[in-house]
Design a protein around this ligand. Sequence first.
Ligand code: COA
Length: 261
Amino acid sequence: MTSYNFDTLLLETDENGIAVLTVNRPDKLNALNNTVLDELEKAVKKIEKDEDIRAVVVTGAGEKAFVAGADIKELNTLNKKQGEKQSVRGQKVFFALENCSKPVIAVVNGYALGGGAELAMACHIRIAEENAVFGLPEVGLGLIPGYGGTQRLPQLVGKSKAMELILTGGQMKAEEALSTGLASQVVPQGAGVEKARELASKMLKNGPVALSKAIASVNTGFRVKGFSDEAELFGELCETEDFKEGTTAFLEKRKANFQGR
Ligand code: COA
């Protein structure tokens, strides 16, 4: 078993070359602050370079959340320019994961909201534990998904269901995620990592070069141009009163009172 040291992540590789990458801020439901994003970027680089790592499982620490989104405290103060930059930054980290040459399986073990759902969607496959909850609640904060969610969700579930989820800011439980294609399997709570190891082991019986080319080839077919528009719109929203109200209301633990400007 080899491991790397991070402040907000755990990365441990077993004797079969399967690494488990755990987002580890359970007291904040593993919310993605900038340290997590920086460390995710470093972790993906290590995963690419380390020949002992052959497949990756991504999950969240604790029993409640996979990742409950981008850190709303950090978002709250962004202006237009910073907002667009933040969105591009998150997109870049998730692109690196999506284009990893080794199979990446998300084990969604609780809330996967906002940036958490976007992180799961950037992985090649999603296994949902029974308590998984997917959602893009950004409109409730006066925002839109900014780490690729508006682009990847329609690819995975179709435009109609994606619009429903994004515009209502609603949630999708594990069984619905399975039936819409967002998740490929549902397993009991606590059984996801084992199931992911099983799936990865099956993949690893195949040629590694073929696996990497298969990932690259599938990804090519799903490349879309909308990411830069998503970042620009995300930035624009950061200068609205609704965004200030939405994110402040979350931090003050109250309902938002949107004025539409
Ligand atoms: N950003 C920053 N902090 C977050 C967070 C986020 N996205 N999600 C959860 N947290 C923090 C909470 O503020 C709380 O911190 P505190 O103990 O210092 O007050 C802690 O994590 C536990 O969360 P809490 O809200 O008390 O748990 P809950 O079980 O009542 O609710 C959720 C769980 C997931 C429904 C709720 O935390 C939530 O709605 N999170 C935000 C989801 C979201 O909008 N994500 C998209 C962001 S773009």
